[in-house]
Design a protein around this ligand. Sequence first.
Ligand code: ADP
Ligand code: F6P
Length: 323
Amino acid sequence: MKRIAVLTSGGDAPGMNAAIRAVVRTSIERGWEVFGVEHGYRGLLNGEFVPLNRRDVGGIMQLGGTILGSARCPEFKTDEGRRKAVRELNRRGVEALVVIGGNGSQAGAQALYQLGFPVVGVASTIDNDLAGSDITLGVDTALNIALEAIDRLKVTASSHERAFLVEVMGRNCGYLALMAGLAGGAEAICVPEFETSPEAVAEAIATAYERGKPHALIVVAEGARYNATRLAEYFREHNEELGFQLRVTILGHVQRGGTPGAFDRLLGTRFGAYAVEQIAADNYGVLVGQIKGEIVATPYDQVIGQPKPLDPRLLELANVLAK
Ligand code: ADP
Ligand code: F6P
């Protein structure tokens, strides 16, 4: 019998609960014992371990967020902090840890693995900024929330002949913005990977106006150099060139707190089960993700610090379709 632990860390993502449920139930099916660590790495350092049985993870799949809680934990970034975490795990006889989280969380998991502790990661963040998974857990739900907001904004924008600037999350990654812009029919998309100038955005809005469009939509990634705040500042100073009145909406955490859709429930379920299979196979220091439709486990050294480029053709397509 093995004793394993599971935690969620960093920004919560819709689908994390499905992953926890799958980790717990597939482990118990193997006759293992499972502990949940509350509040991510902070809970690991503070010894916040709770036993999890089948019933403890009942009725959670449809819930956003994470039943284990999450946190950002600066102490875990120190060598001393991580050694303390290993001591806590060893003290409880935990033989392997599943870390469900994003880029930073997986960097932390790799550091733990480098200290000799058996770790398996699950790629989970709405930012989609983790190499090792074409799509990470939570992205699909976050994207649908952004799209619902965009669709609504387009309705009111058309009624008033306005331009709307919508800022979406993603930290330094423009994936959410690019996909929301493409699927939402944006006139302009600003992402950190392919920076554009405020003049080019103004031009896109003005030409949309000239072509008789009743609205213009600009989707901006929070990590873009010209994010919503800076673009709004520019437009305040150059108002007369636009044609449309401009309104700004920053979607913020609304994107993170949604009910996980079918895609993320299934992805979380498959990721969680696959993470347990890796433990059974003693395959550690890997990140579970989805590549070309397959669930795979990629060694951390091929994932952490690796770029996750955006496809420039999608931005070009969005620009063509906006005409
Ligand atoms: P996410 O996992 O969603 O990207 P963060 O970047 O905030 O979120 O990372 C979550 C936690 O992971 C951090 O609070 C910290 O405890 C840990 N972490 C982040 N980066 C590192 C790192 N380079 N080394 C060790 N731990 C890290
Ligand atoms: O990593 C997920 C994310 O939502 C990013 O998109 C965003 O930049 C960040 O977390 C916000 O962090 P916090 O929830 O700590 O404000």
